[in-house]
Design a protein around this ligand. Structure first.
Ligand SMILES: [Zn+2]
Length: 353
């Protein structure tokens, strides 16, 4: 079934659950000769295969909450103004529908379609797919997150850390008797501002560090004994989490501080070489369908490629839909873009046949 016919039903199902979306894709894929394998436990991933594929088209079927202010029914999947509307249209049920359309356009090509159910929260399904060997034998993965059909070949690493300083309580009227953990934290954070992470990447720019949350103290008339900050660090390929942590501790040390550091979330960076077969094939497929070579881009956020690339799979991010519409109350995808995506994915399946 072609993407524009399948997508409205997937959007309505996503309003109920990711598993309802999986069930909605199943008849179309079975009719095209696919058979499923599933993760054994934990968040569900399903790998649908036909023949002996080397390339997987990968997508998540979970969506973020609806939020407020919609002009269209967020679970309606309406077709209007040349677009399909609703939560998930762009991120990324449109791509999932286009995978099925591509499999129909290239009926003789081997194909793998990998669907996960918890990308927006944990990416545990992608990890489970690797753990259970669903991806063994594959060489390359196209992650169909919305790129406006640009080809994404790199992502920053995402490292969320909590820094915690310790001091000693005292009455707020006699601060000299205490050791203010909030003051220590402020000194430590100033030290980070004075020592930005090094490096520059042609597609990704510079690393960044954002202080997302601060916590200290229980009352205005107390010297706080502990304080913490949550840091959102986006680092470049070529560095690793341990290197980032060393950099932070050296910066703290120059300010005479040594807060405890704890990792609260991590997606490693990835970069696929411009010379990789997948990158050339993806660029060629886009050029053949759209009549001009694609923009090659990098992203400051993590996708499931952050799981697949470290396992040795070449990855690109390539999907229909404008990234700026993802997670908004205007979420939609152009029908034209769905059709182009189907043809681009079909060309890739033929290339890897
Ligand atoms: Zn997404």
């Amino acid at each position: 079934m072609r993407a524009e016919a399948l997508l409205p039903d997937l959007i309505r199902r996503a309003g109920r659950s990711p598993h309802d979306v999986l069930a909605g894709v199943e008849p179309a894929l079975r009719a095209l000769g696919f058979a499923p394998r599933r993760t054994r436990e934990g968040p569900e991933a399903v790998l649908w295969t036909r023949g002996s594929p080397r390339l997987a088209l990968s997508g998540h079927v979970d969506v973020v909450p609806v939020g407020e202010g919609w002009k269209q029914d967020p679970h309606g999947g309406a077709l209007a103004e040349g677009r399909v509307w609703g939560r998930g249209a762009c991120d990324m049920l449109g791509a999932v529908a286009a995978f099925a359309g591509a499999a129909e356009l290239a009926p003789d090509a081997p194909c793998a379609i990998l669907l996960t159910t918890d990308e927006e929260t944990r990416m545990g399904a992608a990890e489970g797919a690797l753990r259970d060997g669903l991806l063994s034998g594959l060489e390359a993965v196209v992650v169909g997150e919305p790129t406006g059909l640009a080809v994404g070949t790199a992502e920053k690493g995402v490292l969320w850390m909590r820094a915690r300083t310790a001091g000693r309580n005292a009455h707020g009227s006699m601060p000299e008797l205490g050791d203010n953990a909030a003051d220590r934290l402020v000194r430590a954070l100033h030290a980070l501002q004075a020592a930005p992470l090094p490096g520059h990447h042609a597609l990704l720019g510079r690393p960044t560090l954002n202080v997302g949350r601060l916590a200290a103290g229980e009352a205005v008339n107390q010297v706080p004994a502990s304080a913490s900050a949550e840091l959102d660090i986006r680092y470049l390929p070529g560095m690793d989490a341990a290197g980032v942590e060393r950099h932070l501790m050296q910066a703290f040390g120059r300010a005479g501080e040594a807060p405890g550091l704890e990792t609260i979330g991590h997606h490693p960076p990835f970069e696929t070489s411009a010379d990789a077969r997948l990158v050339k094939a993806a660029a060629g497929a886009v050029a053949s369908v759209r009549g001009q070579p694609p923009e090659v881009v990098g992203f400051p956020y993590g996708t499931e490629a952050s799981r697949y690339a470290p396992a040795g799979l070449d990855c690109v991010i390539l999907g229909p839909g404008e990234p700026a519409l993802a997670h908004t109350n205007r979420e939609s995808v152009r029908v034209d873009a769905l059709r182009e995506a189907e043809e681009i994915y079909a060309a890739l399946l033929r290339e890897y046949a």
